[in-house]
Design a protein around this ligand. Structure first.
Ligand SMILES: NC(=O)c1ccc[n+]([C@@H]2O[C@H](COP(=O)([O-])OP(=O)(O)OC[C@H]3O[C@@H](n4cnc5c(N)ncnc54)[C@H](O)[C@@H]3O)[C@@H](O)[C@H]2O)c1
Length: 475
């Protein structure tokens, strides 16, 4: 008898509401000789990166009885051992392991060994593109943590590899599955906000204690000012990006929900982008306050404390993103969705809808949340309880696995991945060129621009599936 709450009773229409298979999607053969596009009951999954994030994903994989975790790779033996402990605790068979000898190329051997239907990539950012590309070439479906790549060329390479191999690729952007975000998406589709005009989002998270720690595996957050080889977890690699780069380094949590609401790559596209960056003070001040004599007190950081990015969309909307990770503040993704009839803001859980709300008065979002609660959350809310980030980590993994099992298009697909993630190199370029406004590349090669012509209306929006929409026929 099934022990998993997820297998069998899942109805894929709950997830791909109103969607259709990708037009003309040929059956592509995966590494195991099985065709992508065919339905399968079980999946053999490997993981590259079993650090803090990888372990969250592993927990979700181990809860299911339709997944066999058959291979794990990490170059840090402590992280690998923690993952193996989780597998043992779940009473599942011991997976093959790679990288325990700290070989940074162990993942290549894992892919070459075969026997994988899919791989979860949860490594430092610089590894995402090469790992995803090689996995797709090996015919292993990719669930990749944010971001898709570092340079703009990385993004084209990931896209072109997906298109030439046909191997499924999903960006594991979990915030698209947040309960209020999904309710608001339904409200957008229902026309509650009228025609959309402006959206906001971002990554506003005080990461000083993540980027700097004491290098102690037992205390990955805070407790010191180390980074680089002496740091632990993200302090080991992420902080270096703050040393060398200036731009919106982490756009997808903010842009994912905004792009879904505005139908980006589904009849709409980004046309222009610019970024402004403040001075970099936060990380330096944090180090000096804690350990003025530490050598890192002399470190310089290039990443502006707050990077503000503006995007223009072909259908007339603007989107504002803020990357704010080095100053003291409570966590908030700062969402705002505003149209001709009203707006929602997540910071104070408030909404105003003309003709419904009292003039000049915010309403509590709770009643709207209940009314427009997404069927996914109604159905799987209990299963998601206890999963990371308030449950949304359950949904993003569930979405990847179910799409793969059912041979359906990935709900957050390759075009979403590269479009959202390419904001980073473009934002860096804008800052480096004195905050210049740049053209946004069209990764769909004109298909979405044609589809968007004349579609600036809520009727076009209403026609689209609630979530998770697949590409329009010509997009
Ligand atoms: N979506 C989210 O909410 C969310 C949250 C946290 C992290 N993340 C993303 O997940 C990824 C991992 O972050 P993390 O917090 O787990 O960092 P982490 O440092 O804890 O884990 C990364 C792991 O990758 C391993 N690694 C590095 N190079 C490797 C290689 N060549 N081969 C195999 N393993 C290698 C490291 O040893 C480490 O254990 C990042 O891309 C991060 O941005 C996403």
């Amino acid at each position: 008898m099934s022990t998993s709450p997820f297998s069998n009773r899942f109805n894929r229409r709950d997830f791909l509401v109103g969607s259709a298979r990708v037009a003309g999607a040929a059956l592509v053969t995966g590494a195991a000789g099985q065709a992508f596009g065919a339905v399968r009951e079980r999946l053999r999954i490997g993981m590259i990166g079993t650090g803090m994030r990888g372990q969250v994903h592993l927990r979700e994989l181990l809860r299911r009885d339709d997944v066999d975790v058959v291979a794990l790779c990490d170059v840090e033996p402590i992280m690998l051992d923690k993952a193996l402990e989780k597998v043992a605790k779940a009473g599942k068979p011991v997976p093959r392991t790679y990288g325990a000898d700290r070989d940074p190329d162990g993942w290549r051997a894992m892919l070459a060994a075969g026997g994988l239907d899919g791989v979860i990539i949860a490594t430092p950012w610089e590894w995402h593109a090469p790992m995803a590309i090689e996995a797709m070439r090996a015919g292993v479906a990719v669930g990749c943590e944010v971001v898709a790549g570092i340079t703009l060329q990385d993004h084209w390479d990931v896209l072109n590899t997906q298109l030439s191999t046909g191997t499924p690729y999903m960006l594991l952007e979990n915030v698209c599955y947040r309960r209020d975000v999904l309710a608001v998406l339904r409200m957008v589709r229902a026309g509650v906000f009228g025609e959309l005009a402006h959206l906001q989002g971002g990554y506003q998270h005080d990461l000083r204690g993540v980027k700097l720690n004491g290098g102690d595996p037992a205390h990955p957050y805070g407790g010191g000012v180390e980074f680089g080889p002496k740091g632990w977890s993200e302090a080991r690699w992420r902080t270096e990006h703050s040393v060398r780069r200036d731009g919106d380094l982490y756009p997808s949590h903010g842009i994912g929900p905004c792009a879904m609401a505005t139908n980006i790559n589904r009849g709409n596209r980004f046309t222009r982008i610019n970024s402004f960056s403040t001075a970099a003070r936060g990380l330096h001040d944090y180090i000096v306050k804690q350990a003025p004599d530490h050598p890192n007190a002399k470190a310089t950081f290039k990443l502006g404390d707050i990077v503000t990015t503006t995007l223009a969309c072909a259908n007339g909307e603007t989107i504002l993103l803020q990357h704010d990770t080095s100053l003291p503040r409570p966590y908030s993704l700062g969402f705002r969705v505003q149209g001709t009839k009203g707006l929602w803001m997540d910071v104070n859980h408030s909404i105003y809808v003309e003709g419904v709300s009292k003039p000049e008065q915010w309403d509590d979002f709770k009643q709207w949340q209940d009314k427009y609660d997404h069927p996914l959350w109604r159905r799987f809310g209990e299963d998601a309880a206890g999963a990371g980030h308030g449950g949304m980590d359950f949904f993003v993994m569930h979405a990847f696995l179910e799409a793969l099992k059912n041979g359906e298009p990935m709900p957050i697909d390759i075009y979403d991945a590269v479009t959202w993630s390419a904001i980073t190199p473009l934002s860096e370029q804008s800052v480096a060129q004195g905050f210049q406004t740049l053209d946004f590349p069209d990764f769909t090669n004109g298909a979405c621009a044609r589809a968007s012509r004349g579609s600036r209306s809520t009727t076009a929006t209403r026609r689209l599936p609630l979530f998770l929409p697949v590409r329009l026929p010509n997009c």
